[in-house]
Design a protein around this ligand. Structure first.
Ligand SMILES: [Zn+2]
Ligand SMILES: [Zn+2]
Length: 300
């Protein structure tokens, strides 16, 4: 399996001279498996350049699956501009959760509202199949096993685990600390007396989900200090990613969904912060922590 980082940023795209190393496109990843069509996770602006490259290399169109973590704009913004959708041979299956009262198909269609963009959804309606997903599902995409888990973020947000040939990749974004901070729609029914028990079940489920993963991409929108007072914004710190990785015996952590205002130096501060934390608890060799630049690949 090859993991490719296509978009590293959260919230909105940005690029200044102080951000060229890690990149400014919003969240998107590609999982490539020999003999299979590609699997993408999310369709932030990181898929735009990928789409152009596909149309240059191939005139028959693209067959692929997209696993959408959730439908906040930074995760789906590039679809109206994804070049393979304009090729008649393209067939995409877009899978993901509903949010609030809308299903995933309606949310995609809404992006093409006449007043927002002059590209009618009808142009490529026939080239997309939609499938709604829920937490705790398990299914196959060709030769790969896909699993889902609920994350702590506004609306309904899914984490994904992709397994093939004894290797596994987990994508955990967007996600906030759970202690006294219940952001997901499925948590709205939790009763106050049950909070501690529910939080433990939620976190234990997440630990089991990422258990023994070879690679875990984890939301690190905030630094350790930056998250203070913003726990209800729906995001994590490097220390949270490391804690989860240690509890679950994850081998490698990729930091991502960086805040748009983070300069390259700020991303490097997050890497150092995660490694210093591991050192401070005597676990330096237990987990490898990296941040990738757009286009970087990790072969498993
Ligand atoms: Zn996001
Ligand atoms: Zn979000």
């Amino acid at each position: 399996m090859i993991f490719t980082l296509l978009g590293t940023r959260g919230s909105r795209p940005i690029l200044t001279y102080e951000q060229v190393k890690y990149g400014g496109n919003t969240t998107a990843f590609k999982i490539s498996i020999d003999g299979m069509n590609p699997i993408y996770v999310d369709g932030g602006t990181g898929i735009f350049r990928e789409g152009v490259a596909i149309t240059k290399a191939n005139t028959r169109g693209l067959h692929a699956h997209f696993l959408i973590t959730h439908t906040h704009w930074d995760h789906i913004l590039a679809f109206p501009f994804f070049a393979p959708l304009f090729m008649p041979g393209t067939k995409l299956t877009i899978m993901g959760p509903r949010s609030e009262k809308y299903d995933i198909k309606s949310l995609f269609e809404h992006q093409h509202n006449k007043g927002l963009i002059p590209i009618p959804f009808e142009i490529f309606k026939e080239r997309i199949d939609f499938k709604e997903l829920y937490p705790n599902e398990e299914f196959m995409i060709e030769k790969a096993t896909i699993k889902t888990v609920e994350l702590n973020h506004q609306g309904l947000t899914l984490g994904y685990r992709i397994e093939h040939g004894g290797k596994s990749i987990c994508i955990i974004t967007d996600h906030a600390p759970i202690e006294n901070n219940h952001l997901g729609v499925l948590m709205k029914g939790w009763k106050k007396d049950d909070f501690t028990a529910k939080e433990k079940i939620f976190y234990d489920t997440l630990v089991r989900f990422v258990k023994d993963a070879d690679l875990m991409m984890h939301d690190t929108h905030f630094t350790k200090e930056g998250i203070k007072g913003k726990e209800n914004w729906g995001h994590s710190s490097p220390e949270m990613a490391v804690d989860l990785a240690l509890k679950a015996n994850v081998k490698k952590v990729v930091l991502g969904h960086h805040a748009p205002e983070d300069k390259d130096n700020d991303v490097e501060i997050k890497i150092k912060s995660a490694r210093d934390y591991l050192k401070s608890i005597g676990k330096s060799n237990s987990v490898e922590v990296v941040a990738l630049s757009e286009g970087d690949e990790i072969c498993l």
